[in-house]
Design a protein around this ligand. Structure first.
Ligand SMILES: [Mn+2]
Length: 283
């Protein structure tokens, strides 16, 4: 039995199936963790969701910003359909409601005590300890699951502010901060506020920004974190060990490379980049 954490699939069904083959995934014995962003931008969002849903209890997924966007688009189309997306196949499918309701049950943060590993889409805000983070994740999940609250929550959810956490935040400001940090964060400023704009590798980013996991004000933790969302990020083994973080988003939607981390022995598996496949097919 093994547990694999797979990075952002974003509707790249071919790559996902190829990866399952590569790791010889056995759904009777193994577990798959997904870092979220299962859909959008890629070619097969609908079939990707159906495939993952059919994998049943062998899959645990957290919500990414694109999955949340799908929920918002399906529930409150008058607001969210003005943004560009590739989710039309899901919106017009017969099982749209079933799929969206299933997504609504996903947490923002998952923690496995036995493995001592946490799974999240973007990251865990540096000043939060694990217990706080789990509580905050649940606050958002409760809202998403609540049929009478969800639509007004989604209408107010989008936006960058507040950028700074205070435990005394309440209402939508509190929920928005929690959601943004779990699903959109890459960098923080020295003054602890979020930066939700910069997407580049730390080597090319402003020295005033610090990756969330390397923030000097981050809580000391023994928990390892596997996450996605940041396809330009590469870390060497020393940095992974130092910060106990394991990035898995290798940009399936841009480069056709999908990655799995086997949590049990920290071995990475990656599909062949799409560009190389085309090359061999033409030759
Ligand atoms: Mn993302």
């Amino acid at each position: 039995m093994a547990t694999y954490a797979v990075g952002d699939i974003q509707g790249c069904l071919d790559e996902f199936l190829e990866l399952l083959e590569l790791i010889q995934f056995d759904k009777a014995k193994d577990k798959i963790w997904l870092t979220g962003d299962l859909v959008n931008r890629g070619p097969d969002s609908l079939e990707t969701l159906r495939e993952i849903k059919a994998m049943g209890q062998s899959v645990i997924s957290v919500l990414g910003n694109h999955d949340l966007y799908l929920i918002a688009l399906a529930r409150v189309p008058e607001i969210f359909s003005r943004y560009k997306h590739t989710l039309h196949d899901i919106l017009s499918s017969n099982d749209k409601e079933e799929l969206v309701d299933w997504l609504r049950s996903f947490p923002l943060l998952h923690y496995d005590k036995k493995l001592n590993f946490a799974l999240v889409h973007a990251g865990i805000y540096p000043t939060w300890d694990l217990a706080e983070a789990l509580t905050y994740s649940e606050e958002v999940t409760n809202m998403l699951k609540d049929e009478s609250e969800i639509d007004s929550f989604l209408r107010e959810l989008y936006g960058d502010n507040p950028l700074k956490w205070k435990p005394t935040l309440t209402g939508i400001e509190r929920l928005r901060f929690i959601t943004n940090s779990f699903t959109r964060m890459r960098y923080c400023h020295q003054n602890h506020s979020l930066d939700l704009r910069e997407k580049k590798h730390p080597r090319h980013a402003s020295p005033n920004l610090v990756p969330w996991f390397a923030a000097p004000f981050r809580r000391k933790t023994k928990v390892s974190v596997v996450f996605g969302h940041w396809s330009s990020l590469t870390l060497n083994d020393a940095h992974k060990r130092e910060h106990r973080v394991f990035p898995t988003d290798t940009g399936a939607v841009w480069k056709g490379t999908l990655t799995a981390l086997r949590i049990d022995d920290l071995k990475y598996f990656t599909t062949i980049p799409r560009s190389k496949k085309n090359f061999s097919a033409n030759n």
